[in-house]
Design a binder for this molecule. Sequence first.
Ligand code: HEC
Ligand code: HEC
Length: 373
Amino acid sequence: MIAKFLNSIGPLALLAVTPVIAMAGDGVPPLAALPPPPIPVDNPMTLDKIELGKKLFFDGRLSGDTSSPCSACHSPDLGWGNGGTISFGYPGSMHWRNSQTILNSAYYNKLFWDGSSQSLEAQAKTAAGGAVGGNVDGSMAEMRLRFSPEYVAAFKKVFGTEYPNAAQAWAAIAAFERTIVTDPKKVPFDRYVAGDKSALSASAKAGMEVFNGKGGCIACHNGALASNQRFYDIGVPTAPEFSGDPLSQITQRYEIYAKGVTEATYHTTGGDLGLYFKTKRPGDVGKFRVPSLRELRWTDPYMHNGTMATLADVVDFYDAGGGAGNPNLKALGLTATEKTDLVAFLEALSMDEPLTVTEPNLPATATWAEIAK
Ligand code: HEC
Ligand code: HEC
C-alpha cells in the first residue's frame, strides 16, 4: 500500500489525469476518482520516516503534560477524529469546534475549518504547540525525544542528524498523515468511475443525479475531493455546548484575542467567527471551509461543530435551504426517495471498511547515565 505514496512524485501529482464521471456545468470540476495525494518536494516520503511519524502521532511526549498526543483527538478507531460534537481541548481548555478527521487532509491546500494553516508540516507544529491542542514547547519535546535512544537512532536514520529536532518531528508526522488517505479501490464510487458499473446501487446512482442536479451539491462539493476548498456561510446552527460551556467560550475568546480581533469583539462575540478568525474581514464571519465528502460513513458527527449526527440530518438541513438567513442555499423540495438516494450516494463515497492502524509500541525513556555513555 505504501508503494503508492512513494510513487507520487511531487505537488503535480494532483494534476494527474483521472477518469471523469459526469459533467457538472459551467466550470465546475465533476466528481472524479481520487489520485494519490501531493507530496511536497522538501518532505519526501520514505518508509522509515512514515514509521517514525506514526510513533510520534501516538506519543504523548509531544504534548505538555503528555496527556494529549495527536491520537487523543484524531483516533483511528473514531474515524481519525474524536467522535464527539465539539472537541475537548488540552486540560484546562475546551475546543469550540469539532475535531476534524485527518483522513485525506493530505489533499487540502488549507487546513482547519477556517483554513488558517497552510501545510501539514506547519499544522503539526501548531497542533502540538497550541494551547488548545498539545500545549508543548518545542525544546521540551525535543529533549524528551533526546532521552529515548530509539528515537535518537530513528531520527538519525531518517534525517541524518545527531539529535532529534522539533521541525523534523513535524515533518515525520506530516509524512505519516499523507498515508492516512482513501484507497480508491475500496470506494464504490471510485470503482464505478473505473468502469465497474455494478459498484453503485440503483439508489446510489439516483442519488448521484440529485447530487449533480436538483440538490446542487456539486456547486461546492466538486472535484476528486468533493470540495472546492472555498469558504461559505451555510447557516449551521450554534452548538448548545458552545454557548452553554463556559470553558468553550473562554477558550474561543482567548484564541481570537491572540489572533488579533478587536477588544470589543473579544468581549462581546457570541458565535464561532469562522473564516473571520483568520482574515478579520467582516464579510467572512460564519464562513467555513467546504469539507470533503469522502469517508463520511466513518467520520460522524458532521459540520464544524458536530451538530449533525447523521447524513439524513444533513440532507434534511440542505432540503430546508440550510440555516436561517444564510445567503448561499435555497430550499430544494426533495422527495423522501430523493433524500434516501442522496444519502446512499454520499455513503458510496466512503471505503467499504474504515481505515485503521495498529497503535505502535512507544520507545522507552532512558536515564541520563544511559544516554551520556
Ligand atoms: C486536544 C485535541 C487535539 C489534539 C491533541 C490535536 N488536535 Fe488536531 N484538531 C483538533 C481540532 C478541534 C481540530 C479542528 C480545529 C479547527 O478547525 O479550528 C483539529 C484539526 C486538525 C487538522 C486539520 C484537518 C483538516 O482537514 O483541515 C489536522 C491535520 C490535525 N488536527 C492534526 C493534528 C496533529 C498532527 C496533532 C498532533 C501534533 C493534533 N492534530 C493534535 C483537535 C486536536
Ligand atoms: C454553497 C456551498 C455548498 C453547497 C451548495 C453544499 N454544501 Fe455541503 N458544505 C458546505 C460547507 C461550507 C460545509 C461546512 C459548513 C460548516 O461546518 O459550518 C458543508 C458541509 C457538508 C457536510 C458535512 C461534512 C463533514 O465532514 O462534516 C455534508 C455531508 C455536506 N455538506 C453535504 C452536502 C450535500 C449533500 C449538498 C447538496 C444537497 C451540499 N452539501 C451542498 C458547502 C456547501
